[in-house]
Design a protein around this ligand. Structure first.
Ligand code: SF4
Length: 444
């Protein structure tokens, strides 16, 4: 008789990379542990952390403090902190939280089985070693990913933007062999998968140091040609490394979704320079124009930082102006927060909190207008939707995503989950759309 597996709970903070890393944690521990969504029944409780902003780091510390009570009730529970905060803090975390059993950095994920065994034996291991090559992973089980998955294609970043902690906590760039990526995606498609998102900190520079050099557009073409793949996405792109070939690919590859996340961060040239982003606003906007020429229905999302050190009112106006010109469909915007080790932490002209808050509110209000205008243009259209979940607002509604990445809610039976269907867009809201399922595909 097979031994019953123990239970693993993972709390994930941060970006899609972290979501993929949490899947990696479950994967490497899957021989002995089964994922649960109930922390109170877990034998291992892992927190996968994000250090990109001070606020996300504070949330992790507060959660860790609140878990003291659980650990007291269940002393056999193994409590671990992984990811970027763990990489940054190392054994300082053990000192700050005596109820913590295990600390593992961005790449310690792959050594989790050994680390967990050491923690179970009473050690308090800390593993913040950074890899230089992509580790061999056990094959993934696709049972819980019927329609969509993330596939990590590279790790780390060599760009050293002056505000960003990633190169310090995730290490230097390295890519995964193309054949391994293709093999993993083939397995997913054979299990009925439909949508793949290729992930990396800067996917556009994929390919460095591989046995067989493959540039990112070539990898995209190989993946897009796989039988059964309906939707292909990728994140994140650095605007400087967005090549002409990649721009052309948006007009040519039918599986490649008409959506691109292209973080601009600021619309002011002096601020972009201080951020060490490696492009100007003019170069960014030129790429946007060429992308829309190559793929006319392309939706564009971005990341923006307000209140970077030295940002003047005029710099901020330049950002608003760039947003209007680029007509972003969506933007993830944040107040600048200084991060340890980064160059910008020591820059003069750190902006006061109230200035940052006021700028963020103005920027978000402009983005709400732009998003709503983009949503209104969709009303009356029939679009393909991949059904992802039940809606947050009502259990009787389903929720899915257009190829252009907008979220749409509509009534329908649960058995549509994980399927591609046609939906007529009936209402535009600032953060989502409402629709009605239609049975027939739209005319060609
Ligand atoms: S490109 Fe810049 S912002 Fe993005 S991960 Fe690298 S250093 Fe950070």
């Amino acid at each position: 008789m097979q031994a019953q597996k123990k239970k693993l709970f993972i709390r994930t903070f941060g970006c899609q990379m972290n979501v993929a890393d949490s899947e990696g944690m479950a994967q490497v521990l899957s021989d002995q542990y089964l994922l649960t969504d109930r922390p109170e029944e877990a034998d291992i409780y892992l927190i996968n952390t994000c250090a990109i902003r001070r606020k996300s780091e504070e949330k992790v510390r507060s959660l860790l403090g609140s878990l003291k009570a659980l650990k007291k009730r269940r002393p056999q529970l193994i409590l671990g902190v992984g990811g970027c905060v763990a990489q940054q803090e190392g054994d300082r975390l053990l000192g700050a939280a005596p109820h913590l059993d295990l600390v593992f950095g961005a790449h310690g994920i792959y050594r989790l089985p050994q680390l967990v065994a050491r923690a179970a034996a009473g050690e308090r291991p800390v593993d913040v070693e950074l890899n230089r090559r992509f580790p061999d992973l056990p094959p993934r089980s696709w049972e819980s990913y019927p329609a969509q998955t993330f596939v990590t294609i590279m790790q780390g970043c060599d760009n050293f933007c002056s505000f960003c902690v990633v190169p310090y906590v995730r290490g230097r760039e390295y890519s995964r062999e193309a054949d391994d990526i293709i093999r993993e995606i083939r397995g997913f498609l054979a299990a009925g998968g439909l949508e793949v998102t290729l992930l990396g900190q800067n996917v556009n520079s994929y390919g460095r140091g591989l046995r067989e050099p493959v540039a990112f557009p070539e990898l995209l073409r190989r993946v897009a040609s796989l039988r059964g793949l309906q939707r292909l996405r990728f994140a994140t792109s650095h605007p400087r490394d967005l090549s002409d070939e990649l721009i052309v690919a948006f007009g040519e590859l039918s599986a490649l979704c008409e959506h691109l996340h292209l973080p601009v961060q600021s619309g002011s040239n002096p601020i972009l320079k201080a951020m060490n982003r490696g492009y100007t606003r003019e170069e960014y906007l030129d790429k946007v124009i060429r992308l829309r020429q190559s793929c006319p229905g392309l939706a564009l999302s971005t990341d923006l930082i307000v209140g970077f050190p030295g940002e003047t009112a005029a710099d901020f106006e330049q950002t608003l102006d760039l947003m209007r010109q680029a007509r972003f469909d969506q933007a993830f915007s944040f107040k600048y927060s200084s991060r340890p080790q980064t160059r910008a932490a020591a820059f003069p002209g750190q902006a006061p909190e109230d200035v940052k808050a006021e700028r963020l509110a103005r920027l978000q209000s402009l983005q709400d207008e732009l998003t709503l205008a983009a949503h209104r243009r969709l009303v009356g259209q029939i679009r393909e939707v991949l059904v992802e979940s039940t809606s947050k607002r009502s259990s009787r509604e389903l929720c899915g995503r257009l190829r252009t990445n907008q979220v749409v809610n509509f009534h329908g039976p649960q058995d549509l989950m994980g399927r591609l269907i046609q939906v007529e867009i009936t209402e535009a809201h600032p953060h989502s759309l409402k629709g009605r399922r239609v049975e027939t595909p739209p005319p060609a």
